[in-house]
Design a binder for this molecule. Structure first.
Ligand SMILES: [Zn+2]
Length: 91
């Protein structure tokens, strides 16, 4: 597939572990097996906007109080939503 940076066709889908800054900007977590695209031509590994958005949303909407500092992308998507946050109109 096409790399969004160098536009070569050498990019392919993969999964990588990504350090991620929490929405509060104060702490960071490690999210494992995040769907990503790696380009052999320019050596960049990046996430599509859709994936980035999903992670950002999940970090805000989900109840991660019981989560360890390392978890997988799949675990994040499956985590229950934090109802108290929804009350404040994030949706
Ligand atoms: Zn590239």
């Amino acid at each position: 597939m096409k790399c969004m940076w160098c536009e070569s066709e050498g990019a392919f889908r993969t999964q990588v572990d990504c350090p991620w800054i929490m929405p509060d900007g104060k702490s960071a977590v490690m999210i494992k097996a995040v769907p990503s695209i790696h380009c052999e031509h320019c050596g960049i590994t990046y996430q599509e906007d859709e994936v980035t958005q999903k992670v950002e949303e999940s970090l805000i909407l989900k109840d991660l109080s019981e989560f360890p500092r390392e978890f997988s992308y799949q675990q994040l998507l499956e985590a229950p939503e934090d109802r108290t946050v929804n009350l404040f109109g994030f949706l």
